[in-house]
Write a protein that binds this ligand. Sequence first.
Ligand SMILES: Cc1cc2nc3c(=O)[nH]c(=O)nc-3n(C[C@H](O)[C@H](O)[C@H](O)COP(=O)(O)O)c2cc1C
Length: 217
Amino acid sequence: MSIAIENPLSPAHPEDPNGRTPFVLDPVAQDALFRSARTARAWDPRPVSDEHLAAVYELLRWGPTAMNTSPLRLVRVATPGARERLAIHLFDGNRERVRTAPLTLVIAADAEFHTHLDTLVPHMPDAAGMFADADGRVAVSRDNTFLQAGYLITALRASGLDVGPMGIADPAGLDADLLAGTSWRSLMIVNAGWPAEDDGAFPRAPRLEPEVAIRTV
Ligand SMILES: Cc1cc2nc3c(=O)[nH]c(=O)nc-3n(C[C@H](O)[C@H](O)[C@H](O)COP(=O)(O)O)c2cc1C
């Protein structure tokens, strides 16, 4: 049996019930985005330009969010001084990574995302009124920012970069420092760039089988 028949994501299976021009990402690109893409933890010094980051944002912003709320915000931490201020709020083992990664981003959720809904939801005149409750807004902003962080990771990989997401030890401390005076609340760090030749990667951990992760009812 050929791979084209075994693999429903193969371009040889371009059936589209809506009659649109069939499109399936080729398997090499699928590998680059998912199967072969590893989390990177050590970096080549080659820089990532502002234009490169802007092109990545241009991709990620089209991913779906609840009501198109789009609450993800990014802080590019670039100067050595800002990197040190960030490092203070991270777990010990993560600090050197933000000192050396070509691109270091704080992923933040905008707790005041509703102030942009005139732009984002123009077809619903009082969309912002649905988010009057501050606690509810924080929950929506966090959920949808994590979702957009997934789009960010995929967009960075689609642009040829390796990615290293990391948690934050003291997000409140980080918010009071690098994000002071804003409604942005930090959720995670994403490093990106080209990986060091020896990035110390350990063998890849398995993932769950579809029988475990997918249930049909
Ligand atoms: C939200 C999030 C937080 C993470 N936090 C850390 C971290 O603090 N330190 C670290 O070394 N890796 C961290 N990782 C990386 C994961 O451990 C890694 O992506 C996962 O084990 C899969 O590895 P692989 O992509 O090489 O298969 C984090 C990943 C995500 C998505």
